[in-house]
Design a protein around this ligand. Structure first.
Ligand code: GLY
Length: 595
């Protein structure tokens, strides 16, 4: 009960009800104009009402939770007509690339976790962007070997990696699709041609980023037509995007990786004024989605499973939870500073290992099994057995069969990205986190979509005191990610699909939401809405304007450096039990829809 009182107070601070009305206004009547969503319009309103009332959405058969109502409605349409979760993902992603272009799209990359009901198997697919073959380890250094400023590296062609999202969509559909591929593009094409209303979040981000968006003419013309930033409620069309989707619908991902679209991507990257890049046609032609072994960590009665390297997501979420497993968080509860001391220091220890050991395992040996070995984590968890913040936090020594000598990484990751959770009527579960990295990526736009800046997820430095950094840039390598698409399993069955945007804070958002749900008995909507306290091995970030700030003083007193700030997670979650329960983060515009 105490959890619920705390949450109610925090929601008042976030003012979610007024915000939801704004989103509802921005959805109607475009959902009817687009035709596709006639039947979904009432269900969107119902989902928005549930969110405003702090309730999970409940359903029997299928559900989709993602960052924009129009995208969710497109996915729901596919599921309602018997499509699989993989089919619905293609529809959701293509609409997200239109209505939430700042976060993800065709020009980016994604990781996908899939539970297959027919085989009871988990599969993870890596659709991460890849460093061009002509990229050198010093791509993000100046002539003296010093790292470039972050945005000097981001804006322009230099930061653009080979996109993976179109290939990932195709691969997921090839493996698990039930709906004819071209049909999955119908909603995106129609919305791009007829137009949609610009959401408050997109308008706010355009205004904030206007100076950078102005640097390249195609981007400026779309986001700042007539030099005026898009406003919430503006009717926006994107015929170039519709054309791109038509090409993908007709020819598959090949239409993206070869031919005129590929040529224009390369031309745009290589000629980006002031900051050209080295992406070439051969990089696009060689791109491959990679199937990786899922990484699973034990927590209480669950197995928490997700994406291994090049993502640090599942390993770091698994480490945090694995170290906490020896502590009874349900006894201390969310209102005790002691719980946050344990979570904060477990996070610091996990991030120390992440900075030292985690990178693309096709290029550097990563001690994956050792990092989530329950014996290693139980031993490391004993470090938490004090009363104050740890004075010194160092990487540990996970078991491995290689000699390891890496220096600590310092890649900067700013919040961006989007998460999609889907359960279909056949019992398949999909958890996919998708990104173009920074908000609006490289700010380069080609044929209606933005190109990523994912290469800045590499460490800008290659060595520290002569010792190599695991996550340094190398040609053909994939930058380390924090994306944590997760499926929680119990007794071999999926019980939760979850993930979030948020740069390297994704890891803390996901771990904390799992604790809230597993240990503190919160329902999925409460778990995603709960105010944030996250630590990435630096300041203890406390969500400004929420009840979480009551911990600022106690945590400072025991030795943490505390900073109150906005923390814009975008958790989208589905619980799978007797029925389905969906939650959507009140900090963003998303909803869950199910039937
Ligand atoms: N660029 C966000 C991530 O991959 O973690």
């Amino acid at each position: 009960m105490r959890n619920i009182a705390w949450l109610a107070a925090s929601f008042l601070c976030l003012g979610s009800a007024g915000w939801s009305q704004e989103v509802a206004d921005s959805v109607a009547p475009e959902s009817s104009v687009a035709g596709h969503f006639d039947s979904a319009a009432p269900i969107i309103q119902e989902a928005l009402r549930a969110k405003a009332n702090e309730q999970p959405v409940e359903a029997e058969n299928w559900m989709v939770s993602a960052a924009n109502p129009l995208a969710v409605a497109a996915g729901a349409d596919v599921l309602r007509q018997g499509g699989s979760a993989a089919d619905a993902m293609v529809a959701v992603q293509t609409v997200l690339g239109l209505v939430e272009p700042q976060s993800s799209g065709l020009g980016g990359g994604a990781f996908l976790v899939w539970y297959d009901a027919a085989t009871d198997e988990l599969t993870t697919l890596d659709g991460r962007e890849t460093a061009p073959l002509a990229a050198t380890p010093r791509l993000f250094q100046d002539d003296t070997g010093e790292p470039l400023g972050f945005f000097d590296a981001v804006v322009g062609g230099r930061s653009v990696g080979t996109p993976g999202t179109p290939a990932l969509m195709e691969e997921a559909h090839r493996r698990w699709g039930r709906t004819p591929w071209p049909r999955l593009f119908a909603a995106g094409i129609e919305l791009a041609e007829d137009g949609f209303r610009v959401s408050p979040r997109l308008a706010g981000l355009v205004a904030r980023d206007a100076e950078r968006l102005q640097r390249y003419s195609e981007t400026a013309a779309y986001f700042l037509p007539g030099d005026v930033p898009l406003q919430a409620g503006d009717h926006l069309r994107n015929p170039a995007y519709a054309e791109t989707l038509r090409a993908l619908a007709a020819k598959g991902a090949e239409a993206f990786y070869a031919g005129p679209i590929a040529a224009e991507i390369v031309q745009t990257v290589q000629n980006a004024g002031g900051n050209p890049g080295v992406l070439s046609l051969i990089d696009l032609a060689l791109y491959q989605v990679k199937e990786r072994a899922p990484v699973c960590a034990e927590y209480r009665v669950y197995e928490v499973c997700g994406m291994g390297p090049p993502s640090s997501g599942a390993l770091t979420v698994g480490q945090i939870l694995g170290m906490l497993d020896g502590y009874d968080l349900s006894a201390t509860g969310p209102e005790a500073a002691e719980s946050w001391r344990l979570i904060g220091d477990a996070s610091r220890l996990a991030f120390a290992d992440r900075g030292r050991f985690m990178a693309d395992s096709d290029f550097v040996p990563v001690p994956e099994a050792g990092l989530v070995d329950p014996v290693y984590l139980a031993e490391r968890g004993k470090l938490l057995n004090g009363e104050t913040a740890l004075e010194h936090v160092e990487p540990g020594q996970p078991k491995f069969d290689h000699a390891l000598n890496w220096a600590d990484d310092e890649a900067i990751e700013l919040p961006s990205t989007s998460h999609i959770s889907i359960v279909d009527a056949y019992g398949n579960v999909l958890s996919m986190t998708t990104t173009i990295e920074n908000a609006f990526g490289s700010r380069l736009m080609v044929r209606g979509f933005l190109l990523n800046n994912e290469l800045t997820d590499f460490s800008f430095r290659t060595h520290r005191d002569g010792v190599p950094i695991a996550n340094r840039l190398e040609p053909g390598k994939r930058p380390r990610s924090s994306m944590s698409p997760t499926i929680v399993m119990k007794d071999g069955q999926p019980v939760l699909a979850i993930g979030s945007p948020g740069g390297s804070r994704i890891i803390g958002y996901v771990a904390k939401a799992i604790v809230a749900w597993a240990d503190w008995g919160m329902d999925v909507q409460q778990a995603v809405a709960m105010p944030h306290l996250v630590n990435r091995f630096g300041t203890y970030d406390v969500e400004a304007g929420t009840e979480a700030t009551t911990f600022s003083e106690p945590l400072s007193e025991i030795g943490f450096e505390v900073k109150e700030r906005d923390l814009n997670s975008g958790l989208h979650v589905i619980e799978i039990g007797d029925g389905l329960k969906g939650g959507a983060d009140p900090r963003r515009e998303g909803i869950a829809i199910g039937e």
